[in-house]
Design a protein around this ligand. Structure first.
Ligand code: UDX
Length: 451
């Protein structure tokens, strides 16, 4: 099938390249000339394992190309996927780009009588697809929904394994305006074998928010329990959750063997959630609930617990040092999770900012954030180092903020030797197996430690 993808951000690019890989003819459209040029030269403008290869192959085989022109991109396309950003502006979801894309698509629809299915992939609050999107399409095209198709098809791609998540999906959700719309989109997904949920547009929109809010809630729930654990003697949050995880309803026994679902990774205490989705989606859902006149104390609490993680990490540093003012603190890991270079809403950066605010001298190392990297998310005053040992040299405390595997394998004896009186705050509870040298103070999350 011919497919047009509007927006070559993270979701659009991965979706487009993967659809080309399974045999569709894909045209991506973007307003950024440098991105269009890179794609057509077979280069991925974003870092994502496996993406470069499938993108290169798609371009070389003529299945995948990018264009600056929506008209050109939509040429012959049966499906038009809207994958533009939905940022948060002043706490509210900003639908400007979705509206602009819908208006542009509508103008193009006006020029032909072909049946095309406009599909929203961007994360939007319930009512957006059959409201703002449909109205914009109808007004600019002069046609009614039904004369063109309309679907809402959320994405569930995790950064770092987005290609794998797309090619081996656990489910495909198709929210449809009518049967014909859904049937056409289902045809695009026919190369994939997984359950397909055919439902209404608003259900599809809410499925995405509910899925992410649930995962974020599990993280905040774990951190709430961690705070209780820290107030008690002889309690360790990881041991508590080991006991909880072994409930067969959480980790079933199949053919006599215990299965450990990926979901359990979110029932773990740490530095909190971040990234481009969870914080934005929980906030948007809370705002949406408010607009519906529905109190959302649970979502409020999920966000409040997450916000408190940065100051909690700073407290763990500050207590043994007797204050943070003028103290050198090394932070290991800056990205919002390992295996990505993404710094958006990173809990590690929230901790850095809090430490800087308290007057600490903060130095950091992250494998994806070399000295000299410029990024608007990096706070001024943060000094970047090319390796962990240089970052920790002469530091009074070190904070493990993102659990990159190389930190687990660090020579912690050498790290401690490079510090006058080592204090190690383990924001990810990833270093519990380390044999700490005499005199080192190890402070994990969710276990009381004397200072
Ligand atoms: C998420 C959803 O998982 C995906 O389905 C959705 O469509 C997009 O948003 P992503 O933001 O890439 O994907 O990250 P994910 O791996 O789910 O992690 C989100 C946050 O949870 C990160 O801050 C991460 O550090 C945190 N997290 C994740 C944990 O704290 N513990 C974990 O075990 C896993």
């Amino acid at each position: 099938m011919r497919v047009c993808v509007v927006g070559t951000g993270y979701v659009g690019l991965v979706t487009g390249a993967c659809l080309a890989k399974v045999g569709h003819q894909v045209q991506c459209v973007d307003v950024r000339p440098e991105v269009v040029e890179a794609i057509n030269a077979g280069r991925s403008p974003i870092v994502e394992p496996g993406l470069d290869d499938i993108l290169k192959a798609g371009v070389a085989e003529g299945h995948f190309r990018a264009s600056l022109s929506l008209q050109e991109g939509m040429e012959g396309a049966e499906i038009v996927l809207v994958a533009v950003g939905t940022p948060t502006t002043k706490g509210d979801i900003d639908l400007r780009y979705v509206r602009e894309a819908a208006e542009g698509i509508g103008r193009t629809l006006a020029g032909s009588s072909a049946y095309r299915v406009v599909t929203v992939k961007s994360t939007v609050v319930p009512g957006t697809t059959d409201g703002l999107v449909r109205t914009s399409l109808e007004t600019t095209s002069g046609r009614k929904a039904g004369q063109f198709g309309l679907c809402m098809n959320p994405e569930f791609l995790r950064e770092g394994c987005a290609v794998e998540d797309f090619l081996e999906p656990d489910r495909i959700v198709i929210g449809q305006w009518d049967e014909r719309s859904g049937d056409t989109l289902a045809k695009m997904y026919s190369p994939f074998s997984c359950p397909v949920v055919r439902t209404g547009l608003r259900n599809a929109e809410l499925i995405k928010y509910t899925a992410n809010a649930l995962l974020a809630s599990m993280i905040s729930f774990s951190n709430q329990i961690a705070m209780i654990c820290e107030s008690l003697d002889g309690v360790d949050v990881d041991e508590v959750f080991t006991g909880v995880h072994l409930d067969r309803r959480l980790s079933p026994v199949v053919d006599g063997r215990r299965v450990h679902p990926g979901l359990l990774a979110y029932l773990k205490a740490g530095a909190g959630y971040g990234g481009s989705c969870f914080p934005k989606d929980v906030l948007a859902l809370r705002q949406f609930a408010q607009e519906c006149g529905v109190p959302a104390p649970l979502l409020e609490a999920v966000m409040a617990v997450n916000r408190s993680r940065a100051s909690h990490l700073a407290d763990l540093v500050e207590e043994p040092l007797g204050g943070a003012e003028g103290k050198k603190v090394a932070v290991l890991g800056l990205t919002f999770k390992p295996f990505t270079d993404d710094l958006r809403e990173s809990p590690a950066l929230a901790a850095v900012e809090e430490l800087l605010r308290r007057g600490a001298v903060v130095r950091a190392y992250d494998p994806e954030v070399p000295p000299g990297r410029t990024d608007p998310h990096l706070p001024s005053g943060l000094e970047l180092f090319p390796n962990a040992i240089d970052a920790v040299r002469e530091a009074q405390a070190v904070v493990l903020a993102t659990a990159w595997p190389e930190f687990l394998g660090l020579d912690w004896g050498a790290v401690c030797a490079a510090m006058p009186r080592p204090v190690i705050v383990d924001g990810r509870n990833a270093l519990k197996e380390v044999q700490w040298p005499h005199g080192a103070l190890y402070r994990p999350i969710g276990r009381r430690t004397e200072v």
